[in-house]
Design a protein around this ligand. Structure first.
Ligand SMILES: NC(=O)C1=CN([C@@H]2O[C@H](COP(=O)(O)OP(=O)(O)OC[C@H]3O[C@@H](n4cnc5c(N)ncnc54)[C@H](O)[C@@H]3O)[C@@H](O)[C@H]2O)C=CC1
Ligand code: BAL
Length: 503
């Protein structure tokens, strides 16, 4: 029998914890059927942390059977009030274990503990509170009068068994965006974390059990995307799948649904979100927001404002100040312990992502010969972690690969525009449509931008702010469907129409 738990020590916070390493099915941790494991690496040091069990097709089937039985026998008969009680219990446990969960995020993903990881937990707490109260608010159908003797009504009912696949940039937060909404709607769930950040969700599974959720309602299946993820996508007894990650894999999840049982699909995929700065903007505030919007979480945000367009009359001033702020507030040098309050930018998630981002930087600098500014030396010789300093490319043409592709690191391109029409043309010149930001003191211009931009989210005089009450999702190749807010529950409900004949 493999080890299904290990002790982890986080000396910086004096935390020691019992970390589960198994697949979580029917409220128990168990080994994978073929003994396959995945090693998880600390991106701050490049050293392994531990290994956990990796699910295969047989394990996926076992979890689906557990989720199906829990749905048919227990969960579909559990009142919304009782579901709300379980979610409230979970909220209390998350609050109690906030530091431990945040510390696991920092250990496994490199997120600075005091800023990013604690901020993720604050968001998780807010949204769990929201969903605990939402269970009976968004499942209300309507009555439709037809003739004197006929009417119809609609019921909003859960799908049944839902699969969820989440990425590594916000490991627990992305899981909770999906999980709490699906549970509030009355579904049972099988959730797969990313290969490189499974620890926090496995630990979270212990809270699910403690909160009283019946066995099989929540199942956590760590595993490889190409194995466990693929098996979830093609399974014939999963009613809905929700995915967050790359646009490429999002497409294959949709394809898997099409090739199997046409399960309902929600996708949250990539972005190349523009920030537009007009000459009448409060420049200092705009720069502070934009710097945070690209450098926070080391730029590993699907909504990162990775394309910045600045009106030509203030362009030079903007670029000068932007570099100063990047250097002053976001530099990495010498601050290589994400548990230390001074660390503002952690490492990127893996050596593969580090190499990928480095390639983009070298392409911009050497092949495309763009103007480049970095806040400190790169590659840095002082750490084995995957640290990348804030990197700013200026005067970048629309044809540049750096301007067109999602880099997912602390790398931003800046260009200029002349007038409103010019700005809109540039902002919309992308296959993506996740988010956007506009900076101006002109109310009319701000709302014209909100009208004209083809993106699921628009921020006016701010950027990258998320609220549990507000729907989130993408236009174009950034996704299908919405999460968060009422849609975070609605997304997991389907409509049944009932026709009544009184004649
Ligand atoms: N929109 C977002 O929040 C994210 C976007 N990305 C983008 O993707 C790029 C590559 O990162 P990756 O880790 O490779 O992302 P990915 O899309 O491969 O990984 C996301 C999740 O999908 C799973 N997965 C992988 N292949 C699968 C398959 N065939 N079927 C079902 N699930 C599968 C993974 O195990 C993980 O849980 C990043 O550089 C970034 O541009 C990555 C993570 C999050
Ligand atoms: N903050 C959650 C969505 C994202 O930016 O990846």
């Amino acid at each position: 029998m493999p080890n299904l738990y290990t002790n982890l020590e986080i000396p910086q916070l004096k935390i020691s914890l019992k970390q589960p390493l198994g697949l979580f099915i029917n409220n128990e941790f168990c080994p994978s059927s073929d003994g396959e494991t995945i090693e998880t690496v600390n991106p701050t040091t490049g050293e392994p942390i531990t290994s956990f069990q990796a699910a295969n097709e047989t394990d996926v089937d076992k979890a689906v059977k557990a989720a199906r039985a829990a749905f048919e026998n227990v969960w579909s008969k559990t009142s919304s009030e009782q579901r709300g009680i379980y979610l409230s219990n979970l909220l209390k446990l998350i609050e109690e274990e906030e530091n431990t969960l945040a510390a696991l995020e920092t250990l496994d993903s490199g997120k600075p503990f005091h800023s990013n990881a604690k901020q993720d937990l604050a968001q998780i707490i807010e949204l769990t509170r929201y969903y605990a109260g939402a269970v009976d608010k968004f499942n209300i159908g309507e009555t439709i009068p037809l003739t004197f003797e006929k009417f119809a009504y609609t019921l909003k009912v859960p799908f049944g068994v839902v699969a969820q696949i989440v990425p590594w940039n916000y490991p627990l937060a992305m899981a909770c965006w999906k999980l709490q909404g699906a549970l509030a709607a009355g579904n049972t769930v099988i959730i797969k974390p990313a290969e490189n950040t499974s620890l926090s969700l496995l630990y979270f599974a212990t809270l699910i059990k403690k909160a009283g959720f019946p066995p099989g309602v929540v199942n956590v299946l760590p595993g490889h995307g190409s194995v466990a993820g693929q098996a979830l996508g093609t399974h014939m007894d999963i009613d809905k799948i929700s995915f967050t990650g790359s646009t490429k894999v999002g497409g294959s999840v949709m394809e898997a649904s099409g090739q199997s049982n046409l399960k309902d699909v929600t996708l949250e995929c990539g972005g190349k979100s523009p920030a537009i700065v007009f000459e009448d903007a409060d420049l200092d505030k705009a720069i502070d927001w934009i710097a945070a919007g690209i450098f926070y979480n080391s730029g590993q945000n699907c909504t990162a404002n990775s394309r910045v367009y600045v009106q030509s009359s203030i362009y030079d001033k903007f670029v000068k100040k932007f570099k100063e702020i990047a250097k002053k507030d976001w530099d990495v040098s010498g601050k290589f312990d994400p548990f230390d309050e001074k660390c503002i930018i952690g490492p990127v998630i893996s050596s593969a992502q580090y190499d990928r981002i480095k390639e983009f930087i070298e392409l911009g600098e050497k092949e495309e010969k763009l103007n480049m500014f970095q806040t400190s030396e790169f590659p840095t010789k002082k750490t084995k972690g995957y640290f990348i300093p804030p990197t700013i490319f200026t005067d970048v043409p629309e044809t540049s690969k750096l301007l067109r592709e999602e880099i997912f690191g602390p790398v931003v391109v800046v260009s200029k525009f002349e007038n409103y029409d010019d700005a809109m043309k540039l902002a919309n010149d992308t296959y993506y449509g996740l988010a956007s930001a506009v900076f101006t003191r002109d109310v009319k211009k701000a709302h014209m931008f909100a009208r004209d931009i083809k993106a699921g989210t628009v921020w006016i005089n701010q950027t990258n702010q998320e609220e549990a009450k507000v729907p989130f999702g993408g236009f174009k190749m950034s996704g299908i469907g919405r999460e968060s807010g009422d849609t975070g529950v609605d997304n997991y409900l389907q409509i049944k129409s009932v026709h009544v004949d009184l004649s």
